[in-house]
Design a protein around this ligand. Structure first.
Ligand code: DC
Length: 227
């Protein structure tokens, strides 16, 4: 299967990063982590104490910040003003700030072209909140990954505990709920399943089971096309 655009949307903790990365590797596609772009902007905003609630400051920030995607040995890396932000954007603080900054139109517009350019040639698994609904409305395959809130909190808690040691479950729960509310209730491009997306509830599925379901779906469409 060559050159297709596959989108995977879903809330934090739904498993979409793990699944998208593994699926892209299996298909030898590019993996586009669009959350990383919002995180990259949020990272700089935090570092520079930018006041995102001040429209003039936010507009100036967007106009003067350079976000680029570079393909380093098949891996997409995000750069801000010439700096590879790498793992520095993978904190809860940056995740929450990314969720907050992503609600602004000027921010979403800034990142839209970059995302579409990355997917222009196809052969991509694009992961985010609005991939199937806004960024790639004509994607070949759209998936929406979901999981119960409690299960998503458990996964995020385990992930943080394995990365940085102890993590307060109550703090993880609070942050997850904040992020859900912000991402779902914002006016522009809120987290939502595109009407033509295949919805997969991963609450009681392993990563391999989710990938198998996706591959079955891709295979099914492929067989249909050949008829
Ligand atoms: O997927 P993530 O946790 O790395 O994303 C961080 C935040 O970025 C998320 O809470 C909302 C925002 N985001 C978005 O608004 N649209 C996307 N396509 C991807 C992420």
């Amino acid at each position: 299967m060559t050159g297709k655009v596959i989108t995977i949307d879903g809330p934090a903790g739904s498993g979409k990063s793990t699944v998208s990365k593994a699926l892209a590797a299996k298909l030898q596609y590019l993996y586009l982590d669009t959350g990383a772009l919002y995180r990259a902007l949020a990272y700089k905003a935090l570092k520079t104490n930018m006041d995102m609630n001040h429209p003039g400051e936010l507009a100036e920030f967007c106009a003067t910040t350079e976000v680029t995607l570079k393909n380093v040995s098949g891996k997409m890396t995000v750069w801000v003003d010439g700096e590879d932000v790498g793992e520095k954007i993978r904190t809860e603080e940056v995740g929450l700030a990314a969720s907050a900054i992503s609600a602004f139109a000027v921010v979403r517009e800034k990142l839209l072209t970059l995302q579409r350019e990355a997917g222009a040639g196809g052969g991509i698994v694009a992961e985010g909140r609005d991939m199937g609904s806004v960024v790639f409305p004509r994607a070949d395959f759209k998936f929406y990954l979901d999981a119960d809130l409690e299960e998503r909190i458990r996964r995020r808690h385990d992930e943080l505990a394995s990365k940085s040691g102890a993590a307060e479950r109550s703090a993880v729960s609070r942050d997850m709920k904040t992020r859900d509310a912000q991402d779902t209730n914002r006016k522009i491009a809120p987290l939502a399943a595109a009407p033509d997306a295949v919805i997969i509830d991963s609450t009681s599925l392993t990563v391999s089971e989710v990938i198998r379901k996706i591959l079955e779906h891709l295979q099914g469409s492929f067989e249909e096309d050949k008829k």
